[in-house]
Design a protein around this ligand. Structure first.
Ligand code: BG6
Length: 303
């Protein structure tokens, strides 16, 4: 998008002093929000949230210093949206990992202020390009409310004449002070698929501590999860609606080195906690119906 088009979006949607459409990294357009209560950023590229900082707290989301910021590439960090499949496409190895909407140019729909919170909505829909990979007719709306909490909502509408089956994930990268000093609570006794161990089904015992490459799909998860970060002296709560799976991912040292858009030591500073509906718990959607998945993030800082 050129500078004039970005300026035009700002004239149309911007709220002076509160939310502007500006040029972001790599020349990509982003919405930058700044209120008394919160600051945040969301790119039109992928409808990708890259920053959220409630007032008096440190940045909550992790973005790699080596991320690419260009058309056709996914941003490494923040909240990539995975749709309509998660990870590799089992039927087509040449299809992009995590689907095609994280690298798509979304449209800005609205920016709405309510007190000190700001909701940014973006949308996208099927076209000839998406049908190269997936024949379905659909519309997506992604709404992010930047406030004292971060509220992420993905709405999928089936605009076609046949029923749809899709996977979806809000692949959220949380920033942590030091991964060895972090733990995740809320998944005790939950069954999960361990992708680092030939997809074996296992049962979580107690809280999750990251001690090696971790890539797990937790099944039938409805409750909230808490990330305790001793190094940053804070707890991050992730609650959700209409999501039945949670993915927990940290690449650890070796895989980090193999990723060209991720720093060799950055695995110590992040963990992905992904609100999703994947694998056998993919969503079935009848024609004309819509599905709404939500993630709600809050931070409690210790003195
Ligand atoms: C996770 C998957 O959600 O995303 C991992 O479970 C994958 O298997 C990771 O490696 C990162 O994927 P990508 O495509 O962004 O490198």
């Amino acid at each position: 998008m050129n500078l004039a088009a970005i300026a035009e979006l700002d004239r149309h949607f911007g709220i002076p002093g509160i939310a502007r459409v500006v040029v972001g990294n790599g020349g990509l357009a982003k919405v930058a929000v700044n209120t008394r209560e919160t600051a945040g950023e969301m790119y039109l590229h992928g409808a990708h949230v890259t920053s959220w900082q409630p007032r008096d707290a440190e940045e909550v989301l992790f973005v790699s210093a080596k991320s690419r910021w260009e058309d056709g590439r996914a941003i490494r960090g923040g909240v990539p949206i995975c749709f309509p499949w998660f990870a590799d496409n089992a039927n087509d190895p040449s299809a992009p990992a995590h689907g095609f909407v994280r690298t798509k140019a979304w449209q800005l729909e609205s920016i709405v202020q309510a007190g000190d919170a700001v909701t940014v909505s973006m949308f996208t829909e099927s076209n000839d390009d998406t049908k190269r990979w997936w024949p379905a007719d659909f519309q997506l709306v992604f709404r992010t409310t930047f406030g004292s909490e971060l509220n992420l909502e993905l709405v999928v509408r089936n605009t076609g004449a046949t029923s749809l089956r899709f996977e979806e994930a809000l692949h959220t990268y949380f920033r942590v002070g030091q991964i060895e000093k972090a733990q995740l609570q809320g998944l005790n006794a939950v069954h999960y698929v361990d992708k680092t161990d030939s997809n074996r089904k296992k049962i979580q015992q107690g809280s999750i501590v990251i001690v090696s490459e971790t890539d797990r799909v937790y099944l039938n998860t409805k409750g909230a999860i808490e990330l305790e970060d001793q190094a940053l002296r804070r707890r991050i709560g992730v609650a959700k609606e209409n999501s039945l799976t949670t993915v927990v991912w940290n690449p650890w040292a070796e895989k980090a080195k193999a990723m060209s858009d991720f720093g060799d030591a950055e695995w110590t500073q992040m963990i992905c906690i992904e609100t999703c509906n994947v694998s056998d718990l993919a969503v079935e959607l009848a024609p004309g119906q819509q599905h709404r998945m939500k993630a709600l993030v809050r931070v409690v800082t210790r003195d």
